[in-house]
Design a protein around this ligand. Sequence first.
Ligand SMILES: [Zn+2]
Length: 330
Amino acid sequence: MFKNKLAVLFTCLSVFSFSAQSASFDTVTLGSKGGIQDGNLTAFLIKSEQDSNFIMLDAGSVVNGLIVSEQKGAFNNIALPDNSPYTKVGYLLNDKIKGYLISHAHLDHVSGLIISSPDDSKKPIYGLEGTNKDLMKNYFNWSAWPNFGNKGDGFKLNKYNYVDLVPTMWSAVSNTTMTVMALPLSHSGGESTAFILKDQKGDVFAYFGDTGPDDVEKSSALKTVWSTLAPFVKEGKLKGIIIEVSFTNETPDKSLFGHLTPNWLLKELTVLESMNDKGSLKDLNVVISHIKYSLKNSEDPKVIIKKQLADANKLGANFIFPEQGDSLQF
Ligand SMILES: [Zn+2]
């Protein structure tokens, strides 16, 4: 009897591990909001299923994001080594997070990185050259904050080494099994970045920093990203994307300031769909980030955005709205 029960248990376990194996990327939402709530600003952890090390996608909220995620059980499968001098959160920050991919230097995307830097470990910051320059010029400059970088003004504490990513080129992400490609985005005339991460099987996941629609930005930046992703869609290798929808459809184009609405996101995704067969984005996982938080006593923008995306979702995409601390597999 006991033996039979054991056999059932093992069968269940193997089914579970099979489904886990079919995933390629793990993410944890450290911060989900597009302002104004300190402690819950844009930041995601991502890792390949092929190794156990994370990289952070933007860093609006770092330590608070880790605390909330730890409390929600997002790191239950990571054991704190007996000899670690750190708390679990300290161990994750120092030993398991191997670098930052920063889309642009707006505060809601980097404040957690700056504030946690004194207790962080040595690691790279990856970004387009302009983003890295903004970080050294505006924050790690001995005026706003000590210079924890390896470049910039004054004495260099050399904790973070800036890695300038060259658009369209694949670069290694140190201490992980992933490579990354950076592509510029247009964000109200300023530069932001889309990062495409690739694992050793050739599966990819795309993360978009803040971006306006091409038509409003008078840009072809998003079209270039869609063209880069289209062959992966065709081969079934695009496992998911994280992209922003900051505002509801009621927001006029002139008030978008480099952001998307549900209608604009669907219009942009239709550009990607049109590069392959109709229906090619069916069931694509699209994680919605950066919804603007409101202190007005009116309907939650997230509820409205959810409904507006669902009502016009002719693509059949799978829209996902994670809360801080949620872990997702792709
Ligand atoms: Zn921004």
